[in-house]
Design a binder for this molecule. Structure first.
Ligand SMILES: [Zn+2]
Length: 387
């Protein structure tokens, strides 16, 4: 293999932060110079894991990728060495190794505990996400999975990687069988997981440290879990604690009673909203009487109602009495219109559409969003000369 394919040192020695390598190919390409070496510690990406960053011969590596079985390193400047010192951004790579191995373990836990298969996985700079074969993930199950993963981390299980003939690998209880050619690379978390993977992994589960799920959502009818691994997991828990402490102090109570107190506040808010709705409804009835008692002319009124349905109700009442009216909610920026006469209807709608205001309606009743309140004055100026 040597000579034809550059040696990928990261397979056997993922902990190597620097190495010297000899240039075996150099060519100019779009966006910089491409170099291949007799060996490399730069992971070219794949399997949901980012490529490495770092330097060669002191020059920044802009990109690493694989092409025709070779690993290429894109540099902005030419190298002035034949045997060059390669250095990877170790802190970043090591975090990826922990996140990626953490993902193997967590996927295995989710499958063993609940039968949820991992359909896809992605690793970002700070978080990992997996799509699993279930429509919903209850938080109680998330907690169980985190605990099970934590136990496997504490047991400090070895993570082994080895190459096998594809036929031979098929006899292993692989979590996911993928078509990968004659020889496959097995990643085994002792007692937990066998996967085929060409990424970089830690050697012992204790290095993963901690896995903490912080969110879930839906994708293609499946659930997706978002989690953090290692130090970012701890940061997440610390941030969550800070938020709880802040809530506790703003409610002025003990932490244990927080969720009871929040439920009380929510129930109270619901009760008050209903009460306010009733009050606004009778206020709206009164307002309608007052507006209809006014002299002829277009009614233009700015109102501050919590519930904008009251404005809608009022505009409809004006329309029934064939009175033209523009009711503006200063709270939401919504404009409700009663335009019983075709001439005025055309004029007002023309003006609003020219402004690009979003909205619509029919048969004299319309509603528009008017975020810029100054436009209301312009509308008034248009209406008033005709009065
Ligand atoms: Zn892997």
């Amino acid at each position: 293999m040597k000579g034809r394919v550059s040696e990928r040192v990261y397979y056997e020695e993922p902990y190597l932060r620097s190495i010297t390598a000899r240039v075996v190919e150099r060519r100019e390409a779009e966006g910089g110079l491409l170099y291949a070496f007799d060996r490399t510690i730069f992971y070219p990406g794949g399997g949901g894991q980012f490529p490495d960053k770092g330097t060669v011969g002191g020059k920044e590596v802009l990109e690493v990728f694989e092409e025709n079985g070779r690993v290429y390193h894109r540099l902005a400047e030419p190298l002035d060495c034949e045997e060059c010192l390669m250095e990877i951004d170790w802190e970043r790579r090591y975090l990826f190794m922990k996140m990626h191995t953490g993902q193997h373990l967590f996927s295995a836990v989710l499958e063993r505990l609940f039968g949820w298969k991992t359909l896809s996985a992605s690793i970002q700079e700070e978080h990992v996400s997996v799509e699993v074969s279930t429509p919903k993930v209850p938080w109680e199950k998330v907690a169980l999975a985190e605990l099970e993963a934590f136990k496997a981390i504490q047991e400090n299980r070895p993570v082994k990687t080895y190459w096998l003939a594809a036929e031979e690998a098929k006899r292993l209880p692989l979590r996911k069988l993928v078509d990968v050619g004659e020889r496959v690379r097995v990643v085994e978390i002792e007692g937990w997981d066998y996967s085929l993977c060409k990424g970089t992994h830690v050697k012992q589960t204790s290095e993963i440290g901690l896995i903490a799920v912080y969110g879930t959502d839906k994708v293609r009818g499946n659930a997706r879990l978002y989690f953090r691994v290692s130090a970012p997991a701890l940061s997440y828990l610390q941030e969550a604690r800070a938020k709880v402490k802040e809530l506790v102090s703003s409610f002025g109570m003990e932490e244990e009673r927080l969720s009871d107190r929040v439920s009380q506040v929510v129930a109270e808010k619901r009760r008050l909203s209903k009460k306010l709705q009733r009050l606004e409804k009778s206020l709206a009835e009164e307002k309608i009487r007052e507006l209809l008692a006014r002299e002829e002319g277009v009614i233009l009124e700015e109102l501050d109602f919590e519930d904008e349905r009251a404005l809608k109700h009022m505009a409809n009442a004006l329309l029934r009495e064939k009175r033209a009216g523009l009711l503006y909610s200063s709270r939401t920026g919504k404009l409700f219109l009663s335009l019983p006469e075709p001439e005025l209807e055309e004029k007002v709608l023309g003006f609003l559409r020219e402004l690009g205001a979003r909205g619509g309606g029919r048969d004299g009743f319309y509603q528009f969003s008017l975020e810029d309140k100054a436009l209301l004055q312009r509308l008034r100026a248009i209406l008033e000369p005709s009065q």
